[in-house]
Write a protein that binds this ligand. Structure first.
Ligand code: AR6
Length: 175
């Protein structure tokens, strides 16, 4: 069996360029688009994504919903809603957002590679390092349990997040 550490990768840049089976969107409860990574994903995927999102009727904080990727190189988009700390949401919902996104990927059977942005750490105001601990911990537990997931990518955008993930990855995933 391949080691768990070899199934985790940190990539810095624009998540809309990644050719994974699925990318995760840090959306809001309406699922109708917004700023940040959500805006970038809707722009890159094209108007068909908005049409499909309209049929879903939203997503609760901590839940995850799946759509096609349309014009993206990724086949699927898993939309999740992290807690908005600026609105007083429960911090624990970030764990749910990661876990439910991974569960949905596993349930679809055909998703073997998935990329996450740093959910909630932009407009929603979650402290970056604390969020990274949650992302890495949930991912470690899930990769141990489900071999079907071949690769989880943490797609960091900011230099500060790259530094955090590169420092913490060996703590959670020693070679
Ligand atoms: N690729 C990867 N990461 C990105 C990209 C990109 N193209 N663009 C920004 N990021 P945010 P949130 C990073 O604010 O805090 C939206 O309006 C960004 O630097 O996008 O969960 C939604 O509709 C940061 O590290 O998401 C919601 O209303 C991370 O993505 C709200 O923002 C998350 O920042 C969600 O806020």
């Amino acid at each position: 069996m391949t080691s768990i550490a070899s199934r985790v990768r940190i990539v810095q840049g624009d998540i809309t360029k990644l050719k994974t089976d699925a990318i995760v969107n840090a959306a809001n409860r309406s699922l109708l688009g917004g700023g940040g990574v959500d805006g970038a994903i809707h722009r890159a995927a094209g108007p068909e994504l908005f049409k499909e999102c309209r049929t879903i009727k939203g997503c609760k904080t901590g839940d995850a919903k799946i759509t096609h990727g349309y014009n993206l190189p990724a086949t699927w988009i898993i939309h999740t809603v992290g807690p908005n700390l600026n609105a007083g949401d429960d911090k624990e919902k970030l764990r749910d957002a990661y876990q439910n996104s991974l569960n949905l990927a596993i349930d679809t059977k055909e998703i073997k590679t998935i990329a996450f942005p740093c959910i909630s750490t932009g407009i929603y105001g979650y402290p970056q390092e604390e969020a990274a601990h949650i992302a890495l911990e949930v991912t470690r537990k899930t990769l141990k349990e489900y071999e079907i997931l071949e690769e989880v990518i943490f797609c960091v955008f900011l230099d500060s997040d790259r530094e955090i993930y590169e420092r913490l990855k060996p703590v959670y995933f020693p070679d």
